[in-house]
Design a protein around this ligand. Sequence first.
Ligand code: GLU
Length: 439
Amino acid sequence: MKKHNCDKAEADITTQGHNPYEIVKKLIKESVYSLELHENIYYMLEKPMRMLEVSIPVRMDDGNLRNFTGYRSQHIDILGPTKGGIRFHPKVNVDEVKALSIWMSLKAAIIDLPFGGGKGGVIVDPEQLSERELETLSRTFVRKLTPIIGPQKDIPAPDVNTDPEIMGWMIDEFDQLRGYNIPGMLTGKPIIIGGSLGRLEATGRGVVFTIREAAKKLGLDLTQATAAIQGFGNVGSMTAKFLYELGVKVVSVTDARGGIHNEEGLDIPDLLEFVGDKENYASDYSKANSITNEEMFGLPVDILVPAAIENQITKETAPTIQAKILAEAANGPTTPEGDKILEEKNIFVIPDILCNAGGVTVSYFEWVQNTMNYYWKEEEINQKLEEKMLFGFDKVLEMREEKKCHMRDAAYMVGINHLVKAMHARGWIKDSDLNQNPE
Ligand code: GLU
């Protein structure tokens, strides 16, 4: 079958046993404290407002039934409908999905999008399914989610191992159930049925906007800079493309099977052509040397981009990192121990909830276009994306300067501040919740 692996590179990389939900809760708690807010704010934000677990029975090609498990977490809906992708991955679990939905809330808040955070996942290795089995799984999952999703409630999108084709099946299922077309119920769909120009490239494009801004800040000339990327799915490959276009020498990329390295810089357009529509693995590209994931982290590059899954920058990998900029294209790629080491080494971290927010930003544009039923040119979309990413970057930088903290803490504080204002405006919290030690 054709591989459905937008972010396939992630599939076999282990998450090292860290619990992302515990990590995000700790970070929220610290930010609430640094913002001098009452701990009531933490209690309001620590739990998703709704978490649905569903069974997804699929008749397999061999005639047997297999019953998969899926989740959808909706974190908070004060700013608008919840929004976020659906991933298919064998390591999906309740806590991961909860954490991912909280990260989506913070991303939307930093970029000032009228959305809350949501995320879904199915415990499955899509590599093991036939095309028909995958389609049945996708359609059945949407049927099970139907009561809680919709353009004004919760809007799914692609994530790890899901792509526009899968979104096409999902929206078709929803439309058939409702009896008419509802293009805004999901984003990242094929352009012909209401997808947005620029959505496929959006996350990588956004990542590179933030790298460009960080380089400016550090006085790093990108035409003389080198980069290495972990993961060559949608996000990793698009990041490589846009870095290459800016004149950055991308010397190494890795995927689930291994990695490639060329000190002189990889020919990214040629590599993208080789990988094609996921016909080949980047690690099988013959015009480069092979390299392991661990070796790639330690390369003497200026920019390192983890674009795979959680918990890759750890107490084992962080000490080897030589990069000046770490751009978190993946969600949650750094463990707290890894983070501490990055701080000690004074590496400029562009945190995930800012760095990879370009995807949900163009998803927002897609939803807006669907709502007004009028479609913008790609140029216009890319320009609006750039504006939004710079807006978010500047806000985080300002907070970093104000609080004399690291970029990750600053990003959390910007996001939390925004949510606090909305909760206050709705009367969910009182003035006394805005002070650490109320009278
Ligand atoms: N899955 C992407 C993310 O983690 C995009 C979500 C969306 O477009 O709604 O940000």
